[in-house]
Write a protein that binds this ligand. Structure first.
Ligand SMILES: *Cc1c(COP(=O)(O)O)cnc(C)c1O
Length: 407
């Protein structure tokens, strides 16, 4: 196909299979032939939904109008505000409402959950993580090991094959903590199989869903996942540093587990009794500590409503079409794609191995208006996000990559 025919083909696909780009602010391009960027970095920071600003202003107005009385009298009262997010978050990850809570940021939630779920005892002390664990997760598990007086180098097992590591270390494993979709390679792990294998070995199995939430369908309750956490600024488009989510399986929500508590860990009905001892609810809300930041919750609420409106099944279907299309354009260029080829084993991210990842990502941005990101030393990540990316974005990215590195 000539370049023009290929571009026409991309535009035809967009007409037949449109996403929801009109609901988002797409950054303007600094370079290249088009006014908007081809934004393929939604795996790093999702775009701003247009509805965020107006709904955030409503919360600011409520604060201006009601002051402290807004806790009860605002149109969306602040006291129970986090409850507005519970059901949409639960639908997104396939949890029961009582298993899900939006709070804090991701690594903070991992720590709060590990306080309850990483309980080394006797010979069972090991934590299994993936070889390419995100640095924050690696620091978190190592510091948890040290917190328990263990040597992190001997406690944290990094593996490229979680099932093999579970077989090899079996009854010495206290916790398996893995990324559902790997941040670097984009690989989607078999969450139910690994969860079942870890639990059969007697371990607790938790998942970091930073790159999975809003990207792939999840059924955390059905898969019997012990706990999970995710952030909301990647595929969930809730803004830089947005509030994170946490899931605790209902098998554990009423159990007597060690936990770090604060006044938001107690039953709402008892919160203002100012009693010295908490009465935690039998839900994931018990893991909350502080009163939540309403202005930060507002964009999460707006964004989750979009996921409810469009639905993960439709998003996943478009995701597979869009990612497959991009893959088909990249193959003839001859760049190495390190993400699995099987659509069932990946989300919407394709990771390329290239000699100068940082240089390529910069060139794509400044010469072509194509936004990607790079991870040292040799990976460039491209994420056609089914909510707002287009076939034309994919075509632009592939044409730009061909121009920069192509044969
Ligand atoms: C994005 C990401 C983080 C970031 O952690 P924060 O606490 O939100 O700063 C952590 N872990 C993984 C796997 C990630 O992809």
């Amino acid at each position: 196909m000539t370049q023009t025919a290929a571009e026409d083909d991309a535009r035809r696909r967009d007409a037949e299979d449109p996403g929801h780009r009109e609901l988002f602010h797409v950054p303007p391009a600094e370079g290249g032939d088009y006014p908007q960027t081809a934004y393929l970095a939604g795996n790093s920071l999702g775009l701003q939904p247009r509805a965020v600003r107006g709904e955030l202003l409503e919360e600011l107005d409520a604060w201006a109008r009601f002051g402290v009385e807004g806790h009860l009298e605002a149109e969306r009262p602040w006291l129970p505000y986090h409850e507005l997010l519970r059901e949409p978050a639960a639908r997104l990850v396939g949890g029961l409402p009582g298993e899900t809570v939006v709070m804090n940021s991701l690594t903070v939630n991992l720590h709060l959950l590990m306080v309850s779920f990483y309980r080394p005892a006797g010979a069972r002390t090991l934590i299994v993580v993936e070889d390419t664990a995100f640095p924050s997760d690696s620091y978190a598990v190592r510091s948890q090991a040290a917190f328990h007086g263990l040597d992190p180098d001997e406690t944290v097992v990094r593996t490229t094959d979680p099932l093999a590591a579970i077989r090899a270390h079996g009854d010495r494993i206290a916790l398996v903590l893995l990324g559902g979709v790997n941040y670097l390679t984009g690989e989607l792990l078999d969450i139910p199989a690994i969860t079942a294998a870890g639990q059969a070995a007697g371990a607790v199995v938790g998942w970091d869903l930073a790159h999975a939430a809003g990207n792939v369908p999840l059924r955390l309750h059905e898969w019997n996942v012990d706990f999970a956490a995710w952030c909301s600024y990647k595929y969930l488009n809730s803004g830089p540093g947005a509030l994170a989510g946490a899931f605790v399986h209902e098998r554990h929500t009423g159990a007597a587990l060690p936990r770090f508590e604060g006044w938001w860990s107690t039953e709402p009905a008892t919160r203002f009794e100012m009693a010295p001892v908490s009465r935690p609810p039998r839900t994931a809300d018990a893991w909350q500590v502080s009163n939540p930041p309403i202005l930060a919750m507002s964009p999460v609420r707006t964004s989750l409503a979009l996921f409810d409106a469009v639905g993960m099944p439709a998003l996943r279907a478009r995701s597979e079409r869009l990612t497959g299309y991009l893959e088909g354009l990249l193959d003839p260029i001859g760049v190495e794609v390190v993400t699995p080829r099987d659509p069932a084993r990946r989300g919407c991210q394709l990771s390329l191995r290239v000699p100068d990842a940082g240089g390529l990502s910069k060139a794509l941005r400044h010469r072509h208006g194509v936004i990607t990101d790079s991870r040292e030393p040799d990976i460039v990540r491209l994420a056609p996000v089914p909510l707002y990316s287009t076939y034309h974005d994919c075509w632009r990215a592939a044409a730009a990559i061909a121009h920069e590195v192509g044969s």
